[in-house]
Structures are given as structure tokens and as C-alpha cells.
Ligand binder design. Structure first.
Ligand SMILES: [Zn+2]
Length: 263
């Protein structure tokens, strides 16, 4: 069974980040100060991070990122985590990945001209944006996707050099958005307290309506979208995509106005 399509995961990651940073009053203010450039860079990082859980799937987008090596890495993650939609589709994995992003955020180096640059976030941004543009089918070839990733990483370094605050937040939010997306399908995700997998009692398992929410194998689902790849999933993907274009465009205009146009 194929998971929610990569394109819809990437779109939902971008939409959630834009909604959180551009719309909520708590963001972009004293609590979470974020310049428009940070919002735009974070959109791409969050979209890419929303693909990460499917790294456990050897036919997923990430598995195809680098010839041979990508598939080997995906296959070993699949085996380590117990297979697709197991360990990598859990809150535990989300916490580990976010902690990893915090640590990666501290990896810096000094480069001539630019000075101190966040090397860790730059490399992670390159990989995540490469996955994001490939999943959105914005480019056809992986070579082109890596080039777009590299160009984006350079842009992030030049225009939004202060990655320390928003980078781990974008990675963690993207990862959790993926879990929510899969939760909304019939197939569902493992228990929220994985690796502890609690199975429902027998009487529960006999009732189809209850069984579809909390499954015999301990998986949980809120199957509003039906099966993965359904018409409902596609319609939601299109709606979120339109929102992304609107919100990204608005913030981009804001960024140009603040940084380029004198006033
Ligand atoms: Zn998934």
C-alpha cells in the first residue's frame, strides 16, 4: 500500500509552516521573531522535513535521491525501524530528529567573505530542499534537484543567516505534519507511545467503526481522507498548494519590500 503521496506531504509541510509563521500572532513577534527571509527559507525546510518519515520506505522519494546509495540507506532505515510506517512514523522519531536538528544547528564554520556560517543547517537545507522540489515534481532529474538544493542553501546562508532559532522548529514541525497526514488515512500510524504498542480488547476489535480508529495491531487512524492516494487526499493537496502559493507570494513581496525597496 502506497503512503500519502510525497507531493502532498511536502505541500502540507509548507502550508503548516506558512500558517504558523505568517498568520499566527505569536510568530513574527517577540515570542518567535522571524524575518520574512526566515519564513521563506523555513517553508522549504519544513516541506523537505515533511518527507523524512518516508525515508523508511525503499520506494519513497528519499530512496531515489542518490542512485544506489539512497535505496541502501532507505532499506537499512526500513529494517532498523521495523519496516515502513513503524519506528520512523512515531513521536519518538520526531523527537530524535528534532534533537538532531538542534545539534546540527550548532555546527558552524568560518568561511572567507561570509564569516561564521551555519554549516550543519546549510547541508541539511540542501538535502531537504532537494527532496522537496523533487517530491513536488518541480524538477524531473535528481541532478537538477540537488542543484536547486545547493542554490537554496546558499540563498538561506546569505539572506537568512540566523538559522539557530527557526531551523529545528521547521524540521520538527515538518516531521509531525507528515505523521498527522498519515494519521488521516485508513492505514494510520503506530501508537503515539511507540515502541509500546497497545492493542484494543477483543470486543473493540469486533466493532468495525471502533476497529478503524484503533486497529487490532495497535495502529491508530482518524481516516477522514480515506485510503492513501484518494480523491479527497488530492483535493486537500490542491487546496493546500493554492494556500502555499498565496502565503509564500505575500511573504516574498514583504521581503522584497523590506530588503530591496528603499522607503
Ligand atoms: Zn508516511
Amino acid at each position: 500500500m502506497s503512503p500519502v503521496m510525497g507531493i502532498n506531504h511536502a505541500t502540507s509541510g509548507a502550508a503548516v509552516w506558512l500558517a504558523a509563521t505568517a498568520t499566527l500572532p505569536a510568530f513574527g513577534t517577540d515570542i518567535f521573531p522571524l524575518a520574512p527571509a526566515g519564513v521563506l527559507a523555513g517553508t522549504l525546510v519544513c516541506a523537505g522535513a515533511a518527507l523524512l518519515p518516508d525515508a523508511d520506505h525503499h520506494s519513497g522519494t528519499i530512496a531515489h535521491s542518490v542512485p544506489v546509495l539512497g535505496r541502501l540507506v532507505a532499506r537499512s532505515i526500513e529494517e532498523e525501524s521495523g519496516g515502513h510506517r513503524h519506528g520512523a512514523h512515531t513521536l519518538l522519531a520526531a523527537v530524535l530528529v528534532t534533537v538532531g536538528a538542534v545539534l546540527l544547528g550548532r555546527v558552524t564554520t568560518t568561511v572567507p567573505v561570509l564569516g561564521l556560517v551555519p554549516l550543519g543547517p546549510a547541508i541539511a537545507t540542501m538535502a531537504l530542499i532537494c527532496f522537496a522540489v523533487k517530491a513536488r515534481s518541480l524538477v524531473q532529474r535528481w541532478g537538477t534537484a540537488w542543484l536547486v538544493g545547493l542554490a537554496s542553501a546558499v540563498a538561506v546562508l546569505v539572506f537568512a543567516p540566523d538559522t539557530s532559532g527557526w531551523f529545528p522548529v521547521a524540521v520538527g514541525l515538518g516531521f509531525v505534519t507528515h505523521l498527522v497526514g498519515d494519521l488521516l488515512t485508513v492505514e494510520g500510524i503506530p501508537s503515539l507511545i511507540w515502541p509500546i504498542q497497545v492493542r484494543p480488547p477483543r470486543a473493540w476489535r469486533r466493532t468495525p467503526a471502533l476497529r478503524s480508529v484503533w486497529k487490532g495491531n495497535g495502529y491508530i487512524a482518524v481516516p477522514l481522507l480515506g485510503h492513501a492516494g484518494s480523491l479527497r487526499e488530492h483535493l486537500l493537496g490542491v487546496a493546500l498548494g493554492l494556500y502555499c502559493v498565496y502565503a509564500f507570494g505575500t511573504v516574498a513581496l514583504q521581503a522584497l519590500h523590506l530588503d530591496v525597496l528603499p522607503h
